[in-house]
Design a protein around this ligand. Structure first.
Ligand code: SF4
Ligand code: SF4
Length: 382
């Protein structure tokens, strides 16, 4: 059976329009009651990376999260919670700053700060056999992933598969980068995680996406689409097609297909729109953006990759644009390497300095910098 992906044209965040589109999308998928029972405890998981204005496209837009909460409530689901393991700050503060809380309040959605962790074993995992989950995730009957269409320094894109990393409890997210330091091992861990938590539905906010230096410091770009699917790999691969990126170049797609989480293969995906089934070619022609700035560097052979690591050269690396740095120290705090691969030298008079010998290239520093001061070398984005 093919994986269904619903592709909806949605040019703006006008609230009623987003709601109507998501309603149509759910009807195409067979109705909301196919996915959720009225008595279930449902957790909504938007991307709440950090405090940011919604126009910057860092977080899932409040209109999308609010519209889905409204749909659930109208179909009789009353036990609703929303939360994310944010990189800095907590769910409550980030939601308040973006006014997402105001969108959720009318539908009685509780806000969860994910303050407690629960160790969960997953013996069948191929890369990860244990996860420290946020308690609210383990208590929910059903999870809904509401991701944002963005670029990512480590995995090229962040979408449906990567959004599930926010189900992990706080501090352990950083630790995950030291346990799974390569793009491949990290992707395999994410695939295990998705197979364990099994969100019932994946929704992607691609109305305004982020290109360039994502996922925290890139540029907003209008793509005008909403995507829905039960298959996160298929959903992410449609995102890839729309930005003219070979889906196989994205480790979460490549390993997601190998590990049977889903499929990136065009012939195994059924693309559905408001007008009925459409071909990928039509979708790309209508909604695609060939100029979307994303890392298109070809995959290197294993041997070449190992050599680059041993020599600690020819690898992508983060660097600080001095004039932009406000010397806040968030990059230092975010670095998961215990002895810190980025640190201030002689106080905060100057920006922090990298020690590339210690750096595992997880790009957490670049992700969390609030001043868009950290860039990444060695990416071909067009
Ligand atoms: S997080 Fe960004 S702004 Fe803050 S110290 Fe690091 S480079 Fe400078
Ligand atoms: S310096 Fe940045 S990229 Fe390097 S290990 Fe630390 S957080 Fe990761």
């Amino acid at each position: 059976m093919k994986s269904k992906v619903v592709l909806l044209s949605c040019p703006t965040y006008e609230q009623e329009q987003v709601y109507q589109k998501l309603k149509t999308g759910m009807e195409i998928l067979g109705g909301i009651s196919r996915y959720f029972r009225k008595d279930e405890k449902i957790l909504l998981k938007p991307n709440l990376l950090k405090k940011s204005e919604t126009e910057k496209a860092v977080i899932t837009h409040p209109a999308v999260v609010g519209a889905f909460a409204r749909l659930l409530r109208e179909s009789g689901c009353e036990n609703l919670t929303a939360g994310d393991s944010s990189g800095t700050g907590n769910t409550e503060k980030i939601m308040a700053a973006s006014k997402m809380d105001e969108q959720l309040k009318p539908y009685g959605v509780r806000i969860a700060n994910f303050q407690e962790g629960v160790r969960v074993s997953y013996p069948q995992g191929k890369q990860a056999r244990e996860f420290m989950m946020a308690k609210e995730v383990t208590e929910a009957d059903a999870l809904v992933s509401l991701s944002k269409m963005k670029t990512h320094a480590l995995e090229r894109i962040t979408g449906a598969v990567k959004n599930s990393y926010g189900f992990i409890y706080g501090f352990y997210k950083a630790q995950g980068h030291t346990r799974y330091p390569s793009a491949d091992s990290f992707a395999r861990m994410l695939v295990d995680l998705n197979q364990m938590v099994k969100p019932r539905l994946y929704i992607m906010d691609g109305i305004t996406a982020m290109e360039g230096n994502g996922p925290g410091s890139g540029d907003p770009v209008v793509m005008g689409v909403l995507l829905l699917s039960e298959d996160p790999v298929a959903l992410d691969s449609v995102f890839c097609r729309l930005i003219h990126l070979d889906p196989r170049l994205v480790p979460t797609n490549y390993h997601g297909e190998k590990m049977k989480l889903g499929t990136w293969k065009e012939e195994e995906i059924q693309l559905l729109s408001e007008e009925g089934e459409i071909s990928m070619e039509t979708a790309v022609k209508t909604y695609g953006n060939p100029g979307f700035r994303v890392d298109r560097t070809p995959v290197r052979s294993n041997l070449w990759d190992k050599m680059a690591k041993v020599l600690n050269r020819f690898q992508k690396k983060p660097y600080i644009v001095t004039e932009k740095c406000i010397r806040c120290g968030i990059c230092v705090e975010s670095c998961p390497v215990p002895e810190k691969a980025v640190a201030f030298q002689n106080g905060r008079k100057k920006p922090p300095v990298y020690n590339y010998k210690k750096c595992i290239r997880c790009f957490c520093c670049q992700e969390m910098c609030p001043a868009e001061a950290i860039q990444v070398t060695g990416q071909k984005s067009s």
